[in-house]
Structures are given as structure tokens and as C-alpha cells.
Design a protein around this ligand. Sequence first.
Ligand SMILES: [Zn+2]
Ligand SMILES: [Zn+2]
Length: 139
Amino acid sequence: MEFPIEGSCQCGQASYKLYEKPQMVLACHCTECQKLSTSPFSVTAVIASTAIEVKGELKEWSRYADSGNRNNAKFCPACGNRIYHYNPDNSGTIKLKLKPVDLANDGVFTPSAHVWVCEKVGWYQIPDGIKVFEKQPKY
Ligand SMILES: [Zn+2]
Ligand SMILES: [Zn+2]
């Protein structure tokens, strides 16, 4: 793995440099994530707020998660691509939305668990040997 890892939104206006390995990577199958990612699930990396540097203009949207926690989303106002989520009441970590990484860093964002599989689409099969949670696990 080579750090920093760089990533950007679809149009390139917003970009980031990631300086550390994610603390945890989750694939989430909830309907919110399906809408967000326009795919069967979204992949989110939990990262220490101090381990990432984001550049470019970002807009913000906020909603309440099932847990009652606030979930604020940062996205590129030009292309609409989601960059990360964070809880304004707990600023120690952010939840980076998966962006393609170069081959040298392939695997950095491989999910270690799949969550909210109660809402998983029928045609996607979770690989063997990965932790699975019906809903959101408590950490
Ligand atoms: Zn953009
Ligand atoms: Zn989700």
C-alpha cells in the first residue's frame, strides 16, 4: 500500500488525499445506500478525520439515520458525486465513500463486513467468509 492515496469526484472538482489505512470498511445494503450509490450497496471506509485532506468545494445535506444519529453528507456541487459522510456530534471519524483506487492500492477498500443485508437485493451474492449483519452492528 502506498500512501497518500488520492481520489476525486467524477468531474474532478473535489479531491482528497488519504494518509492512513481505513479503520474499517463496510458494504451497506440499506435502501438509503442503494439510492445513494445507484447500485445494490455502497462501500464506506471509516477513517480518522485527521487522516484525510479534502480539496474543492463541497455542498452538504443532512438526514437522521435509523439510530437517531445525524448523518451529514458532503458532495460535489458540480457533478453531485458523494465524497463522505460524518456525524456532526462525533467528529473523530468520517465515512469516506468508495472511489476507485489505482492498482497498487487495490484492496484498501475491500469490505470486512456487509451490513443491512435484510434489505439486500436478491440477485447479489455476498462472498463466502465475510461477516454479515442483518442491520447496523453496534460498535
Ligand atoms: Zn465533481
Ligand atoms: Zn446504508
